[in-house]
Design a protein around this ligand. Sequence first.
Ligand code: SAH
Length: 233
Amino acid sequence: MMFRVTVLTLYPDMFPGALGLSLAGKALERGDWALEAVQIRDFASDRHRTIDDTPAGGGAGMVMRPDILAKAIDAVAPQGDARPKLLMSPRGRPLTQQRVRTLATGPGAMILCGRFEGVDQRIIDARDLEEVSIGDYILSGGEPAALVLLDAVVRLLPGVMGNAASGTEESFENGLLEHPHYTRPQDFEGRPIPEVLTSGNHARIAAWRRGEAERLTAERRPDLLSGPQPVTK
Ligand code: SAH
């Protein structure tokens, strides 16, 4: 089963963007996954291809219309399409490695990228869109967020990463941040590689790495250590 992504956007030229290069780009060329970016304006019905309007209740900015978004969504992901329908949104559930992993084992995704103030709430409700945030800050559009999400997912697809192990020994995979890395030269500006790493003693190395991972996590992300994580799909 091929991992198939359809992005609904006002800026299809932003895709594949960075995902057309490096490992994701090679995998895309090989056909390990597929990406289609569809222009939302193609589903507008007026001469000016309008897709937004002023917010009900007043206020600044514009809101994307639900009727046009419905036409776009129904055209690219009709009923029966098993792919999750995502909406990039700062109000969404924060993206986690766990959600990324689940998405990577599925058939792909339909991703709606917001612009302006966002989308009319009724399209979220009517098409049961899953709102996904990439962090507590505001982007000017959902496109960079979609690229971030897809980068995280695509690297986990079978055959994309050369070394399968490096997909499972990362930060967050075991609930901890990763230990620090070192390579040659042995001495860099008077800073040697920690002696244990050149000892050849694999048990000591594993214990040191575990200790460093725990120390860094406690120091920088105590939230990762405290209690159960929020339930994610
Ligand atoms: N008025 C909205 C922000 C709109 S930003 C609010 O205050 O919540 C415009 C679009 O950028 C959003 O519709 C969304 O698609 C995207 N976006 C902005 N920040 C994002 C984030 N942190 N994660 C995911 N998408 C984001």
